[in-house]
Design a protein around this ligand. Sequence first.
Ligand code: KG4
Ligand code: ZN
Length: 334
Amino acid sequence: MDINILAIESSCDETSAAVMQNGVILSNIIATQKVHEKYGGVVPELASRAHQQQIVPVVDRALVEAGIKKEELSAVAHTQGPGLLGALLVGSSFAKSLCLGLNIPLISVNHMQAHILAHFIDDPKPTFPMLCLTVSGGHTQLVRVDESLEMRIVGETKDDAVGEAFDKAAKLLGLNYPGGPLIDKHAKEGDPDKFQFAETSMPDLDYSFSGIKTSILYFLQKEMRKNENFIKENMNDLCASIQKSLISMLMEKLIKAAKKEDINEIAIAGGVSANSGLRQALMTEGDKQGWNVYIPKFEYCTDNAAMIAMAGHFKYLKNDFALLSSAPMPRMPF
Ligand code: KG4
Ligand code: ZN
């Protein structure tokens, strides 16, 4: 019998549905919510409403594209957390109703674990133990993975996530939300050594990104007092220099963690893993350190339901099902 899993992701500002058959992705539909752009960040209430509007057409399209009928589904997987409560509620209520109507099991997935498991969708797949640097808008974590569902955080940010640092720096430069991809774009044309910012180093394998944001703010205020066109005239060099600092902070602890945990299967995951500078830094360091590096396809970097389906598939194989009474968990522990 085929294992057909429908997966639903609705933790933040992407409504996504995917269908996986026996561990192979058949469809992965992602509807990005544009409504937040003009507010400079995700507005939770607007996110919930947009999920409500998009969830039915997105799920329909995922099933049609996969050529799978609802009646052929083995289970429905959904993101239980972490994420925005109202946004999570839309996906989880929809998943539960489908399970009830079709009399099939529900699978609850941790969004951060799913980002890591996206590496098991396509070949080549990492072998265990692996180390993953998960970098998104809400999290920055170094995770040791010993088995598909056995993971442990060995280091993480104590304040802002690195995606947040990218987005806040972009805002200071007058760029739109989300600013990470825009910094990446400008950085390609800039000189990364033009400006220096104070990089905070935390003990052990932890991170802190709030200090560098303040350092960028003070630097820009000082320069703008001297020349009000400073940002405009130096946009590419500023973006390249900011990006270089953030990446160097990320890489320092990744190298330290790989040595400490004695692991050479190294991956990156989450929205910021789409960053071209980080991808390049990982490849260069991988050659130097003798690592096998795993970099996700762009489609699997930012939020998507394919990764929820992959986690769902592993849980299905272990009969790890959820109760229909289970609730979304905005601060779901790892
Ligand atoms: O994983 P994700 O889609 O959502 C969360 O779970 O947070 O990550 C979104 C974050 C945003 O902060 C966005 O600016 C950042 O990923 N991001 C990037 C790039 N693409 C997305 N940051 C730097 N460079 C990029 N190319
Ligand atoms: Zn995410």
